[in-house]
Design a protein around this ligand. Structure first.
Ligand SMILES: *[C@@H]1O[C@H](CO)[C@@H](O)[C@H](O)[C@H]1NC(C)=O
Ligand SMILES: *[C@@H]1O[C@H](CO)[C@@H](O)[C@H](O)[C@H]1NC(C)=O
Ligand SMILES: *[C@@H]1O[C@H](CO)[C@@H](O)[C@H](O)[C@H]1NC(C)=O
Ligand SMILES: *[C@@H]1O[C@H](CO)[C@@H](O)[C@H](O)[C@H]1NC(C)=O
Ligand SMILES: *[C@@H]1O[C@H](CO)[C@@H](O)[C@H](O)[C@H]1NC(C)=O
Length: 272
């Protein structure tokens, strides 16, 4: 591994000025494009700084990276592993007037993933399948396929007036209008391509029948019916027991008297 790192450093030094240098008059030799490896050291070396170099740093996607200070004219940065997370544009910046910069490009094939691996839709509704890519460089070409067994059939934008594809560098969306219960369910594959290769992801589409949307409602109806039946049966079984109870001195009339009395009281109070 040490030898590999050394090789990267040496080739970086040999293939000077491959990374674009755009300081006024400054010459920066930067590591050429990196596409794979572990513990890769990328570096920049400035030779004709316009003014004294006060310091230097690295930046990626607007974030400053921690680096070790060595000499003012040389700076390096360690990439533990080249993958979709570490891919991107690394800028080395020398603090001269004006600033002197160079870029090291770390490029990988697209890292494509499904926003949701399984998508559910109701019959007749619009289904939306989304794939994204989180790597550098951006995807230049997106395509969609229908996976049937071992065969991938291309999904053509606008076909059947139901299939529509919308893509940009990071993201692609396949919209399927008025989902069909039998024809549309299945696996769909999105395929992203950039200069380094391709990546893909598969999304399963499930389509529920319109009736299925009714199931929760029917469930509640069934539940209510069961409850009503239970209460009905319970009441029916209780009534014969209550008949002998009524014999012991007319509790019901007493109760009704009590309520009548209360009623009167209330009515009187209201009248006052
Ligand atoms: C920087 O580049 C110069 C000229 O290309 C070379 O002589 C020098 O050895 C390099 N320094 C480092 C630390 O790579
Ligand atoms: C800085 O150098 C130390 C010791 O040489 C090393 O352990 C550390 O990983 C280096 N850090 C970076 C960001 O290169
Ligand atoms: C698909 O077609 C629609 C119009 O029908 C268009 O707006 C869209 O950009 C097309 N998508 C692709 C990826 O070409
Ligand atoms: C890709 O996504 C990043 C943020 O995740 C954004 O900054 C960048 O502009 C996007 N690129 C494109 C081509 O849409
Ligand atoms: C993905 O698309 C590229 C061209 O854009 C093609 O070469 C490649 O075979 C496709 N991959 C799959 C799995 O269909």
């Amino acid at each position: 591994m040490g030898a590999w790192v050394a090789a990267v450093l040496v080739s970086g030094a040999l293939l000077c000025a491959v990374g674009g240098a755009f300081g006024a008059g400054a010459k920066i030799s930067a590591t050429p494009e990196v596409t794979a490896g572990s513990n890769v050291i990328i570096s920049c070396n400035i030779t004709e700084p316009p003014t004294a170099v006060k310091g230097h740093y690295w930046e990626k996607g607007g974030t400053r990276l921690d680096t070790n200070e060595t000499s003012p004219e040389f700076t390096s940065y360690l990439i533990p592993k080249v993958d979709h997370d570490t891919s991107g544009e690394y800028h080395c910046i020398f603090e001269t007037v004006p600033l002197s910069k160079a870029t090291v490009y770390v490029k990988v094939k697209p890292h494509v993933y499904a926003y949701k691996k399984t998508e559910h839709g109701n019959e007749g509704d619009t289904g939306m399948l989304v794939c994204k890519s989180s790597s550098y460089p951006p995807v230049t070409q997106w395509s969609w396929f229908r996976v049937v067994g071992d065969v991938s059939q291309p999904v053509v934008n606008g076909s059947e007036d139901r299939f529509f594809i919308k893509s940009d560098g990071n993201k692609t969306e396949l919209r399927i209008l008025s989902l069909h219960l039998e024809k549309d369910p299945g696996d769909y594959m999105c395929n992203g391509t950039n200069e380094k290769g391709e990546g893909n992801a598969v999304i399963s589409l499930r389509v529920r029948s319109r009736l299925a949307a009714l199931w929760p409602f029917l469930g509640i109806v069934a539940e209510v019916l069961v409850l009503v039946t239970i209460i009905f049966i319970y009441e029916k079984r209780r009534q014969p027991n209550q008949v002998p109870d009524d014999d012991d001195g007319g509790s019901a009339p007493l109760k009704s008297n009590a309520t009548n009395y209360k009623d009167k009281n209330v009515r009187q109070r209201n009248a006052n």
